[in-house]
Design a protein around this ligand. Structure first.
Ligand SMILES: C[S@@+](CC[C@H](N)C(=O)[O-])C[C@H]1O[C@@H](n2cnc3c(N)ncnc32)[C@H](O)[C@@H]1O
Length: 254
């Protein structure tokens, strides 16, 4: 999957591309990140990319022209690969990112690529957004200093859905939010640490029992930590019984 990133700080992305799942996906060429720096398209001795806001007020605004030229260069590179990328502006005013959207973009955009636009300062001159952006994407209701971290969050989340990106035995489909539930608790060796035992069922070797236990844990975790998610789920009778049992303090698994 090709992703063009328009950013003043491409070097920040080495924190993402040099490590872990994304680093491996880059080395395996499952994902290719290409950077386009508006500073390379700025004019004048100081190569300025920002200016004071019309109407006054604090802070600076990213200028249209260097961003427009950087975006054009990104589009040309995409065209050479016969791609027709969607342009996403990472913005606190965009639709808040959720797992189904991540998955949708991977499915829809894997063949055509994406261009991620990272803002800085007070934001970007509105005319650039009107002329060049298809969609705005927020990573949450808070404001960061730039779009680079949000872009990295999105790339990491999407990479997990690229076929072959996760190692053997790992599956994005079991992660929290991928189906409807939060993930179950996980344990590894030793079986006893400071008197705390791993649940016996996980040591039993009974795969059906383990699967049943894990499902119950997913249901109970979701009910206790994110009850808001339950409204999107049609509960089976057994699942409803687990939740009601936990709420009334029963520990018998009913
Ligand atoms: C300081 S912010 C500008 C915030 C803008 N003045 C506002 O209040 O909507 C600078 C840049 O950081 C990025 N950014 C900040 N918070 C973000 C968030 N929650 N999600 C995605 N991008 C964000 C955007 O690219 C934005 O242009």
């Amino acid at each position: 999957m090709w992703i063009g990133v328009v950013t003043l700080f491409p070097e920040m992305f080495t924190a993402l591309t040099g490590h872990g799942v994304v680093g491996r996906a880059v080395r395996q060429e499952l994902i290719e990140l290409e950077f386009f720096n508006p500073r390379d398209h700025a004019e004048g001795a100081y190569r300025r990319v920002d200016d004071r806001p019309y109407g006054g007020g604090p802070g600076m605004v990213m200028q249209v022209a260097p961003l427009w030229r950087a975006l054009q260069q990104a589009r040309e590179q995409a065209q050479k690969r016969q791609l027709r990328p969607h342009v996403l502006y990472m913005s606190p005013q965009g639709r808040v990112l959720r797992q189904p959207q991540v998955r949708h973009w991977v499915q829809e955009r894997q063949e055509q690529g994406l261009i991620l636009l990272c803002g800085r300062y007070e934001g970007i001159d509105e005319r650039l957004l009107e002329m060049a952006v298809d969609e705005e994407c927020s990573i949450g209701d808070y404001v960061l200093s730039g779009g680079e971290l949000p872009a990295m969050v999105l790339v990491d989340a999407m990479t997990r859905w690229l076929p072959g990106a996760l190692g053997h035995g790992e599956s994005a489909a079991e992660d929290s939010f991928s189906a409807v539930w939060l993930d179950c608790p996980h344990y590894t060796r030793p079986p006893n640490f400071a008197g705390r035992e791993v649940p016996a069922v996980l040591l039993s070797g009974d795969h059906a029992e383990v699967a049943h236990w894990r499902h119950r844990q997913r249901v109970l975790r979701t009910a206790s930590r994110r009850p808001d998610l339950l409204s999107t789920i049609e509960l089976s009778e057994e699942e409803r019984g687990w939740i009601e049992g936990a709420a009334s303090g029963r520990t018998d698994g009913a």
